[in-house]
Design a protein around this ligand. Structure first.
Ligand code: HAM
Length: 419
């Protein structure tokens, strides 16, 4: 469970803010839910024989002896809340949720036991228009964050229940016929969750799996039409996609569209954003039949991609105010509060703890500020301040305190941010 230090937090916050702003511009509204749910909810929705439920949940009995689990993902809880509060009775719902998830996985780069997700879930819309919208939203976010070139969209459809059943039978037959090639994991899954064998990354099984029965050959007409409309509209939007007939996802609730944005820039943990339709889940958990679709972004993975694409943490300060002497110290506080009134977004650090001129300028430099403001006895006397650019070779200049806010505003717009 990683500690997120300020630089990491800053990049993740940039991401969450951009994502929230974009999804809200499409009419999605935030929802916040408990981190704990009854264990049974996850077993019933994600599926008893999935890695998450079998091996990865943090579960414990509460004081009533009821088994509770730290949420390993958000969708099950969102569905529970949508049913409990009858949200879809008022029409379709477009929701987003950000926060920590917990999975007892083997930690490695990009895979943690506590990790944040940014989730988007839409209820009551059969699609494929909403499927297209969700993918367009994610593509817009990649563009905003400068990572478009690092991501590939993989799509598949799981078809309908009957098609999945026929595919499952054909797949089990096929895999039994190649039992000698199956590794231990695949042999176990053959009996419990054969679809997941298709997901195996074992190089020794790839040729055999490539020739296995493929889901698209078992699509019903309506699922095929849904997929074709979806992909046609993605083409019209200029969003590139590839069909991955072996994309099945690791959670049982999916039906029809499934997708994953993957990258080659992060090593083994290559899925940055994953989702799909789960048209049967609301009814399965006791609600009225309600189609649904959503996705979740792995925040730490996307943040790592942003860094690969050149994003850095924002500096601590835009402006650092240095003051020398008692009179200047006192005047600095007043001046700083006036600047904050005039420039609400300004990141302004006032030197604290005294120090020589040299020491204060060193701190100013370390803060990443673009400008130092220097206030000494002479400046207090003349109601001015020295404005010293820290990232360019421009000359220091005296500015009247009355004109300082306007000058800073202009200079901030004119000079690019420090790298
Ligand atoms: P998921 O594929 O299990 O799907 O997780 C979604 C994303 O969370 C992954 O693509 C990955 O970026 C990130 N992620 C998963 N596990 C870890 C981990 N241990 N460490 C870091 N990042 C991780 C779901 O959770 C579904 N609920 C998505 C969804 C929403 N489907 C429909 N609506």
């Amino acid at each position: 469970m990683p500690d997120l230090l300020p630089d990491a937090c800053n990049i993740q916050s940039q991401l969450i803010r951009a994502a929230a702003e974009i999804v809200e511009s499409y009419g999605f509204r935030e929802i916040r839910l408990p981190l704990l749910e009854k264990t049974e909810l996850f077993a019933r929705s994600i599926g008893e024989v999935t890695d998450i439920v079998e091996k990865e949940m943090y579960s414990f009995d509460d004081r009533n002896g009821e088994s509770m689990t730290l949420r390993p993902e958000a969708t099950a809880g969102v569905v529970r809340a949508v049913i409990q509060h009858s949200l879809v009775h008022a029409g379709p719902q477009k929701l987003w949720l950000a926060g920590p998830m917990f999975r007892y996985e083997r930690p490695q780069k990009g895979r943690y036991r506590q990790f944040d997700q940014f989730n988007v879930e839409a209820f009551g819309l059969e699609g494929p228009d909403i499927d297209v919208e969700l993918i367009a939203i994610s593509a817009r976010l990649w563009k905003r964050l400068g990572v478009t070139d690092l991501l590939t969209l993989e799509l598949n459809s799981l078809g309908d229940g009957a098609g999945r059943q026929r595919h499952r039978e054909a797949l089990v037959d096929y895999l039994r016929g190649h039992a000698d090639l199956l590794d231990a994991d695949a042999t176990r899954r053959l009996e419990t969750n054969p679809l997941r064998v298709l997901d195996s990354k074992n190089p020794a099984m790839q040729d055999m799996l490539a020739a296995a029965p493929q889901l698209p050959d078992y699509w019903d007409d309506a699922s095929r039409e849904h997929f074709e409309t979806l992909t046609g509209r993605l083409d019209a939007l200029g969003i590139a996609w590839t069909l991955n007939p072996r994309l099945v996802r690791g959670l049982d609730y999916y039906s029809r569209t499934v997708f994953e944005w993957t990258t080659t820039a992060l090593g083994a943990q290559n899925a940055v954003c994953s989702g799909g339709r789960y048209d049967g889940l609301v009814e399965q958990l006791g609600g009225k039949p309600t189609p649904a679709v959503g996705f979740a972004i792995g925040v730490a993975r996307l943040a790592a991609l942003m860094e690969a694409g050149g994003t850095t943490a924002q500096p601590v300060a835009d402006v650092y105010l240095a003051a020398l002497g008692d009179a200047a110290d006192a005047a600095a506080v007043v001046l700083a509060e006036r600047l904050r009134d005039a420039l609400p977004g300004l990141r302004l650090v006032v030197n604290a703890g005294g120090g020589s001129f040299k020491a204060q300028l060193k701190r100013a430099d370390r803060s990443g500020a673009r400008f130092a403001l220097i206030l000494g006895d002479a400046e207090v006397e003349s109601a001015t301040v020295q404005l010293k650019p820290l990232r360019t070779h421009e000359e220091q200049e005296a500015v009247a305190q009355s004109a300082l806010a306007d000058t800073i505003r202009e200079r901030m717009q004119a000079t690019p941010a420090a790298a």
